[in-house]
Design a protein around this ligand. Structure first.
Ligand code: GTP
Ligand code: ZN
Length: 305
């Protein structure tokens, strides 16, 4: 005998191992498990779930993940790690101190380009004396068209909030950046009572883990139109999902010159008549970006084991 099951809609706002926290349209948060083993939800997923009542508390089973607009993920030889889905903006945070890795920055930009997600680069701690050097390192990114915003989240919070609000309003934004750049400072500045939003349920789910390493969705406004997603710091950023031939298409500075190469299938590494290398020599593509391109191209051209 079959019976009609009513599926409810929800938004995945956190994931802890095999459990997810799903928020209902009314703003209630329910602990859900996925149906079966293969269904992998990520924060930002829109899902359909079914209520199950266990020991008097609401629980649910995720029955269906709605089609994603986009998915930001990284992939190395061994595994794929998804950050979040259905994003309107990727906010890549770097800071004057600790000095950021340009390779890591470029990799996150390439991942966003390949997933079709707009990017804002946020340079924090411009109150520090080495700000000029950091600004200089970001100049090529500005020149290739990225929105680069400077802030001092701690030293000048009001200005920072004013600069960020129009970029975040009404959007779902993933915040990504290495440890120590100020991600917590950003969340605490933009999200009133951030800790309260994490809530008892997620604290209970997270207990027993030594660190809060999970990705978490926060609402910036009471009307729940602006979402900020905090993701744990990243070190490795594999881009195995990308075909090496496609790599320049995701690097705007290189992309501008690929049409100038003698060979249509130029790898821009040793061929004669390469428009990209000519642009590097003229200083139109920065030497560090070209080096990063070579490293990633090499990595993606190696056979997978
Ligand atoms: N000078 C200066 N320091 C800042 C600013 N914003 C944050 N900091 C400092 O930078 C350090 C790191 O800030 P957090 O917000 O904890 O950084 P995080 O990215 O969350 O770091 P993890 O928790 O390790 O991922 C703290 O000591 C902050 O006080 C700023 O605008 N200027
Ligand atoms: Zn070339």
């Amino acid at each position: 005998m079959t019976r009609a099951v009513e599926l409810e809609r929800g938004l995945v706002v956190a994931g802890y191992g095999r459990h997810y926290l799903v928020e209902t349209p009314e703003g209630r948060r329910v602990v859900c498990r996925p149906r079966g083993k293969k269904s992998e939800c990520v924060v930002g997923d829109r899902v359909q779930w079914m209520r199950t009542v266990a020991s008097g508390t609401d629980e649910g089973v995720i029955e269906r993940i709605e089609p994603r607009r986009n998915l930001l993920f990284r992939q190395d030889e061994w595994r794929t790690k998804s950050f979040a889905a259905n994003l309107d903006l990727l906010l890549v945070m770097v800071a004057v101190e600790p000095q950021f890795s340009e390779s890591q920055l470029s990799r996150s930009l390439i991942a966003a380009e390949s997933a079709g997600i707009p990017v804002c680069i946020l340079l924090n701690k411009v109150d520090l004396p080495q700000a000029a050097a950091a600004r200089e390192r970001l100049a090529p990114y500005r020149a290739m068209g990225y929105d680069v915003q400077e802030v001092s989240l701690q030293a000048a919070p009001d200005e920072a909030r004013a600069a960020l609000a129009p970029r975040l309003d009404g959007r779902a934004t993933l915040v990504l950046g290495p440890s120590g750049t100020g991600k917590s400072t950003l969340i605490n500045l933009m999200v009133p009572a951030a800790q309260a939003q994490v809530g008892e349920i997620s604290q209970a789910l997270n207990s027993g883990r030594h660190t809060t390493t999970s990705t978490q969705w926060y609402w910036v406004d009471a009307a729940r139109t602006t979402g900020l997603i905090d993701s744990p710091g990243f070190q490795e950023f594999g881009l195995r999902q990308i075909d090496p031939q496609q790599l320049p298409a995701y690097m705007p500075d290189l992309r501008a010159h690929v049409g100038e190469c003698r060979f249509y299938n130029c790898t821009h590494r040793q061929e004669p008549g390469c428009g990209v290398r000519a642009a590097v020599e003229r200083g139109e593509v920065s030497a560090s970006r070209y080096r990063i391109y070579g490293e990633i191209h090499e990595e993606l051209s190696r056979p997978a084991y």
